[in-house]
Design a protein around this ligand. Structure first.
Ligand SMILES: Cc1cc2nc3c(=O)[nH]c(=O)nc-3n(C[C@H](O)[C@H](O)[C@H](O)COP(=O)(O)OP(=O)(O)OC[C@H]3O[C@@H](n4cnc5c(N)ncnc54)[C@H](O)[C@@H]3O)c2cc1C
Length: 504
């Protein structure tokens, strides 16, 4: 039988979910082109000697039941929802561990709980006068909210007050994006933390206190506040590697080191995808009945040889890039003294260092670390591809990172036993630049009947894995149902239940 073929560009969560859904619901053959030598995209797990590194630390949590079930069908859950232990990570490998979130903000040489809590330690760290001024500025912003919430600064001030915004949100957000909060559209805040407020954070802290230990039911909790999540024993890449091998076993194909460079079109269909082998530069042509793309929109538009106006908008899309430095240390220090810490990650809200966030991989899963007596740390830097930081040599970046962690007294230089680093381009699609004109690109690509844009950079949405997966699920449903409109893919919203978004 002559099967139709769907060319899927990218083997991240979106592309792999699309392939899995095609195999499950159709007789269309998924053929994935992946530019990298491994699967998982931004959710891959990097290997360094006996240690594993998660890019950014991936919490697996979704308000979509479909996503939660899908994940736990691939790797067995450690606990039942009633809290009964079903699988033991010490004895089994294909396991989702249940984890408690622990994160803090390091600011002005003090550690603050994150989400911020109204506690004695918070008041002690701030001091009495600063605490009162934060409270008054919060009350003021609730009584007299700024009329316009178009930019992120006003969005934060209306929710937290000017004083708390300037203390905890401004520097970190500007480190992440490299521009002032006044230049960022509030749609970023609305998509990531739209319902977060001081009152919600306090209520959540109270609610947490009464919640049973293993209960994953956090649907009512603002996503940025969720306190429990599941996590593959060997990091997120373990899940996506498992999915990839299921796809191969089911008859799909994955071509590694193969970068899609050109999409040939006939009338309103894409008929072929040309791809280049990254090692040999050899070009291959793949016939396409359908094309599902997760590649960055800017590259897709270039590969389609789009009209100038579309290319101009695509070229104006902005991305933020990311460098992570892995350090193996024999102790972590607080104010210079060796101390055990239980945080998954720590936000570094200190303008004296460029460091944005510190991951403690041991606390995500002890199985990420080869030697359990050591700490395996990830120092995260936000930057722009080819800026001065990105362009430093690997060893210069590592030395810089070590000296920054030494400066804030969380390690001593002599504690470092091993180190590595990775550059991650296009880690964050930004909601500024030509983002406000994205709909023009969307209309252009949607007009190709057999072309489906899904995923994070594929749709230029600052999303989590669940959104990428749901966009893949809806795209495959549209193929099955021969639906010509693609608006339901663009309106996928994992914050509401999957069925609500489907109805839109
Ligand atoms: C620092 C950080 C922290 C995060 N934390 C979380 C979290 O806690 N929880 C969570 O759920 N999500 C988190 N995410 C988001 C998550 O990583 C993404 O939502 C998810 O990986 C997006 O999947 P995707 O398949 O859409 O895209 P990607 O993961 O970007 O995958 C796209 C794939 O396409 C490939 N590709 C690109 N261009 C081409 C081409 N021309 N030809 C062939 N292949 C190509 C790439 O190599 C890549 O493998 C985080 C992301 C970052 C950066």
């Amino acid at each position: 039988m002559n099967h139709k073929t769907a060319i899927i560009i990218g083997a991240g969560p979106a592309g792999l979910t699309a392939a899995e859904q095609l195999l499950k619901h159709t007789d269309i053959k998924p053929l994935i082109l992946e530019a990298d030598s491994m699967v998982g995209g931004l959710s891959k797990t990097l290997h360094y000697k006996n240690n594993r590194m998660d890019i950014g630390g991936h919490r697996f949590f979704s308000k979509s039941d479909w996503v939660m079930q899908w994940w736990m069908e691939k790797l067995a859950p450690e606990f039942s929802l009633e809290g009964v232990r079903l699988h033991d990570p010490e004895k089994e490998d294909s396991v989702f561990m249940f984890r408690d979130r622990s994160s803090r903000i390091f600011h002005n040489n003090h550690f603050f709980d994150y989400p911020v809590r109204l506690s004695w330690s918070t008041i002690r760290n701030f001091g009495f006068i600063k605490s009162v001024s934060i409270l008054l500025s919060y009350i003021y912003s609730r009584l007299f909210p700024l009329p316009s919430e178009e930019n992120l600064e006003n969005f934060f001030i209306n929710r937290f007050g000017k004083n708390l915004y300037e203390t905890f949100f401004k520097d970190y957000t500007e480190k992440v994006w490299g521009v002032k909060c006044t230049e960022i559209s509030s749609s970023w805040g609305k998509s990531r933390i739209k319902n977060l407020s001081i009152s919600k954070a306090i209520l959540n802290a109270l609610f947490l206190f009464f919640r049973t230990k293993r209960n994953m039911n956090q649907k009512e909790v603002e996503t940025s506040l969720i306190s429990k999540f599941i996590y593959p024993k060997f990091g997120p890449g373990q899940l996506w590697e498992q999915v990839a091998s299921d796809i191969i076993a089911g008859g799909g194909e994955i071509h590694y080191n193969t970068c899609a460079v050109k999409l040939n079109q006939h009338e309103n269909n894409v008929t072929e995808v040309l791809a280049k082998n990254n090692h040999t530069n050899e070009l291959f042509t793949f016939h396409a009945d359908y094309v599902i793309s997760t590649m960055p929109m800017v590259d897709l538009v270039r590969a389609m040889n789009a009209p100038d106006v579309i290319q101009e908008i695509a070229d104006g899309l902005v991305y933020r890039d990311f460098v992570v430095v892995g350090l193996l240390v024999d102790k972590v220090r607080v104010d210079g003294k060796a101390k055990k810490i239980k945080d998954n990650w720590i936000y570094i809200q200190e303008s004296s260092v460029k460091l944005g966030r510190l991951q403690i991989f041991n606390n995500w899963s002890p199985y990420l670390v080869g030697d359990s007596d050591k700490y395996w740390l990830g120092l995260e830097y936000f930057c722009n591809e080819n800026d001065a930081f990105w362009s430093m040599t690997d060893s210069e970046i590592i030395d810089f990172a070590i000296s920054e962690l030494h400066k804030i007294k969380m390690i001593d230089k002599a504690d470092v036993e091993d180190s590595t680093m990775y550059r991650i381009p296009k880690a964050y699609p930004a909601y500024f630049g030509s983002y406000s004109r994205l709909k023009t690109i969307q209309d252009y690509t949607d007009a190709y009947a057999n072309l489906f844009l899904i995923g994070r950079n594929g749709m230029h949405k600052y999303n989590n894995q669940d959104h990428s997966m749901l966009s893949a699920k809806v795209a495959v449903e549209n193929i099955v149902n021969k639906l010509s409109s693609k608006s339901n893919i663009w309106s996928v919203n994992p914050e509401s239940s999957y069925h609500e978004s489907k109805a839109e």
